[in-house]
Write a protein that binds this ligand. Sequence first.
Ligand code: NAD
Length: 386
Amino acid sequence: MKTLNVAIIGYKFMGKAHSNAWLQAARFFDLGVKLNLKLACGRDEAAVQKFADNWGWEEIETDWRKVVSRDDIDVVDISLPQHLHYEVALEAAKQGKHIFCEKPMCFTVEQALEMLAAAEKSGIVHYLNHNYRRTPAVQLARQLIDQQKVGKIFHWRCAYQQDWIVDPDFPLTWHLQKETAHAGPQWDLNSHSVDLARFLVGEIQSVTCLTSNFITRRPLAGAGAATFSSGTANSEEMGEVTVEDAALMMVQFEQGAIGSFEATRFATGCKNHLTFEIYGSKGSMRFNLERMNELEFYSLEDDGENQGFRTIMVTEHSHPYISHWWPPGHIIGYEHGFVHAVADFISAIHTGTKIEPNFEDGLKCITVLDAGLQSAASGSQVKLTH
Ligand SMILES: NC(=O)c1ccc[n+]([C@@H]2O[C@H](COP(=O)([O-])OP(=O)(O)OC[C@H]3O[C@@H](n4cnc5c(N)ncnc54)[C@H](O)[C@@H]3O)[C@@H](O)[C@H]2O)c1
């Protein structure tokens, strides 16, 4: 059996989620290839060694350029903050490595175009990790749309709400600075939401957006501060928050529907509260990531007196991906979407096919998000040409 050597760059939140997925995919799916967790990379040698020991990565490296230029590496997993995705992905593509890249893809439409061109030129498999697409309930939503159970879609309503920076003492991590994050929840959260909207409804043709800041200065972050994990600052010195704290977009879809996207890290009490609602001529659907094994469905085809939203427990073996896991009702969680992504990514490499979302999807997503920032700056609607 062929072996694929994987290298991961970045070892914190996504580093862990991805390492788990590389391990579990081979155990729960028949991949047709052997995965070898070859190399883990981070700048702090001791910390990356500890990470590698914990997850079973064979070797470590502190310079990402050495990782992507190694002949024995087949796959590069980019689990880095988004200011590094462009540079690392371009180099990895040039070196002919298959790329498993975290979202949001990059900072600008121009960078996305370059990344896509480099990946296509090398003929590699490129994947952008909008993992929520691979939640069984989201896949079921897609199936119901394909089966004409929802009819013509009129409305998309989406909110991605978190609360991890409500505390004014939460430090100025990389997420809150333009140089490292490019934007706030418009990039971080709405990238996921726009990907879901494109997957379920279709392309977006115009955007109107409003952004706001609630806390403009924060204590500087200490070394190692990362997502969700550093509620207290290690410094009394203050710095400026240079990205928005919340974003609200209204869009028109090419197929005629209208939609809204709310993205914030200031929704007190909402931890990872991603919800969407779809209203169509024959039915409707509602999803909440915090209850991710369920999909609510309303059908106008039900008898009049029996009509009403039903909650489908998406844990039957006939549901997407579920036959690889547990008996019905034995729910799955956040990490499973990553495992599904790895399994599909490896299958694409093995069979020489494409996987979605990929850099082309990322380009379309960044185009929408960028139009949102333009609209927020100008106060006017921005029309898109894909
Ligand atoms: N798909 C999802 O559900 C999801 C969830 C969270 C984050 N993300 C995305 O994943 C990416 C990483 O986010 P995270 O939460 O894991 O961040 P993090 O801060 O927890 O980890 C970032 C890692 O990158 C390393 N790093 C930074 N600069 C480096 C460099 N020059 N060379 C080598 N290593 C370097 C850090 O040391 C750390 O290990 C971001 O783009 C983020 O938007 C995706």
